[in-house]
Structures are given as C-alpha cells and as structure tokens.
Ligand binder design. Structure first.
Ligand SMILES: [Zn+2]
Length: 378
C-alpha cells in the first residue's frame, strides 16, 4: 500500500475527474437527437446524426410507426398509410412510389440500414419539424389530434427533469473490501458484517489461506465474496515478469475456488494497479478471464492504531461522500483485516446505513469497472 500511495491517490483523482456525473440533462449533449411521434418521444436506441441528417435504424422505427417491412428479390419495402418506400440492396437507391429519392435517405452503417426520419415522415404522409429546444425531430399528422410544439416541448422537458431527480436521489452502492487476510481480524470483520446483515468482499493471500482454510470457508459460508490478492504480497516477486504476476494472482484464485467452490474471478493486485501492472500483465489477466478492482475510497486504515480507529471512520465517511457527490454509483472502499479496522467497522456500517447507501458485496453478474488504469476489460 504505502509505496504507491501517491500514484494511487493521483489515479483516484483522475478516476473521479473522468466519471460522468449522471443526471445531467440528456439534451445537453449536442449530438443527441430524439424522435417524437405525435405527443410522445419514441424510446429508440438507434437515432444518429448521419451526414447532418437525423437517421434511425429501419427495423427499429417501423415498430412504433406500425409500418410494414418486407424484403423480397433484393429489395426492401417499407409500407405505411398506403405509401411505399423501396430500397434496392444492390444499387443502394431509394424510391418512394415511382419517384427516385434525391440524395441518400437510406444508408448502411455497421451492417444496419438507417433511414432519414425527415424523408420517412414526408413520404408516408406525416408532417415533420425539428424542435431545437429538445433536439427532437417530431413527426405528426394534421388529421390526428396532437398538442402544439411548445406544449410538447414543455411536457418532454418536465419528464426529463423528473427522471434526473429520481437518478440524483438514488444513493450509491458501497462495497466494503478487506485485504491481506485471512487472519484473526478477518473473523472479527466477518462477524460484524453478519451482525449488521450485510456482506463484504475479501481479497485473500495464498500464504495465509494455507494456514487458515477454516476462515476461508467460514467467510464464504456467510455469503461474502472472496478474491485473490496474490500468493505472497511480495512486490518484487509478484511484478518480476508477466508470468510471475499471473502465477501469483491465479495461484490464490485457484486456492479460493478449491476451498470454497465459488467463483474467484475478481482480484485485487497488491499495492494497486498503478504503477505496477504492465500492459502485458493486463493482457494476461484478460486472457485468463480475471477482473481487477482497485478502489475508489482509501480508508488509509494501515496508518492507525486501535486508539485512532476514529480516523478510519472519518476517512471512509469523507471519501464516500466525495465519491457520491461526484456521481460515482459503485463506490469501492479499501480496508484491511487488521485490528483498528475491526474496531472502526461497526461505526462505518451504521453510518452508511443511516445515510441510505446500499452496502453490497461484489457480484460477478453486475461487474462494474473500478481500476486506476481505466481498463474496461478488467
Ligand atoms: Zn495488500
């Protein structure tokens, strides 16, 4: 821990800096476009601006439009309200009725066909207008009742505001993680978690698991997650080469799997991934199916004696509040299986619960990327 404290803190700062703050108005991103149909905003995934024109995947837009889509003899037909748009797959030409289209209203992007919303609307009997205030291309028919553009805009904006408020009120998940066990304090921490009806994530060392197999079993029996923290924790031997690195990390992971029968694909490298983990080492982790967590809050618990347990509580409280304020939804707290931490843990849990945070253990199915390298594969 100590050696790389500066790097870790710096990396954490970068992590937080680049974490997108959720709840920002969707419309603040200038490149986003929405498609409106009469009085609703269509929940389309594929809307894009292509060649300065709002386009949407054909197979997606035909559904809410109740248009029919047919592929026959190398041609694609979109039929709606007695209008027919034809796209020739070989010549890539679009025709509406008998009129060839000007330009390219239908284009292929990443193997998918996209159609211009404006073209589609006009050729199938809709009016179409762009509402810049909500970055929306709105399709509507004059013979079909609908609210005015300003009223529609007002409605959409108020819906967005509501959504943002809900997102902002949701408290973050907090993952309590414990390194360097198993040892006697692992049992204390495990019992505290159990007392407050929460679970944690433990990163164990192979050299300790050899002596305390019973603790490994006991921690696992309570439903906590256990991951590898290397065999030896020895910085020189772990990071000597990509081979020694993967042997150290997977050695302990395999021990966990052997003892508990549980998945142990998440691991934490000793001293944090920066500056020790090289691109080749990353590749090794990836190849072997491992995920790697650093942390988003450092409790700095290793600095304190039992009498200073309060400092650990304060560090966690301040760190979690800060990360939460920056919009981090999955906050990973670094702690260790040691005496002062065991003293601080009950207060930490009580505070998190009082503040409404959700204390969770690592769930492989809900993996979230928490590493200083910003490596999305880990
Ligand atoms: Zn450690």
């Amino acid at each position: 821990m100590k050696k790389s404290i500066f790097f870790a803190t710096f990396a954490l700062f970068l992590c937080l800096l680049f974490t997108a703050v959720p709840g920002g108005a969707s419309a603040k991103n200038k490149s986003l476009r929405y498609v409106g149909l009469h009085d609703r905003l269509l929940p389309l995934e594929s809307v894009r601006v292509i060649d300065g024109d709002t386009k949407v995947a054909i197979d997606e837009i035909v559904i809410p439009l109740h248009a029919s889509l047919e592929k026959k003899d190398g041609q694609l037909f979109i039929t709606k309200n007695g209008h027919k748009i034809t796209y020739d797959l070989a010549s890539k030409k679009t025709t509406s009725g008998k009129d060839p289209a000007k330009g390219m209203p239908i284009v292929e992007v990443d193997g998918k066909l996209f159609i211009s919303v404006r073209y589609l609307a006009k050729e199938t009997g809709f009016q179409v207008d762009y509402l810049p205030g909500i970055q929306t291309v709105r399709m509507y028919r004059t013979d079909y009742q609908h609210v005015s553009h300003p009223a529609f805009e007002y409605y959409v904006k108020s819906q967005w505001k509501k959504k943002q408020a809900v997102a902002a009120s949701k408290k973050a998940n907090v993952y309590l993680t414990f390194d360097d066990g198993p040892n006697a304090y692992t049992m204390k921490n495990k019992n505290t978690l159990r007392k407050y009806n929460v679970q944690g994530t433990f990163f164990f060392l192979g050299k300790h698991m050899k002596k305390h197999e019973d603790i490994v079993i006991s921690v696992s029996m309570d439903g906590n997650y256990i991951g590898s923290h290397s065999m030896t924790h020895d910085v020189t031997s772990i990071y000597k080469s990509p081979q020694s690195f993967i042997d150290e990390m997977s050695g302990a992971a395999k021990m966990i799997q052997d003892i508990t029968g549980e998945d142990a694909r998440l691991l934490r490298v000793p001293y944090g991934s920066i500056p020790h983990v090289t691109p080749t080492m990353r590749e090794e982790l990836n190849k072997n199916g491992y995920k790697m967590w650093d942390w988003s809050v450092d409790s700095n618990d290793w600095r304190y004696t039992d009498q200073q347990a309060n400092e650990i509580i304060k560090n966690v409280q301040n760190g979690v509040k800060k990360a939460d304020g920056l919009g981090n939804r999955d906050i990973v707290v670094l702690m260790h299986d040691r005496s002062a931490t065991s003293k601080a843990l009950p207060e930490i849990i009580k505070w998190l619960q009082k503040e409404g945070y959700e204390i969770k253990k690592y769930e492989p199915e809900q993996h979230s990327v928490v590493n200083f390298l910003h490596d999305k594969n880990l």
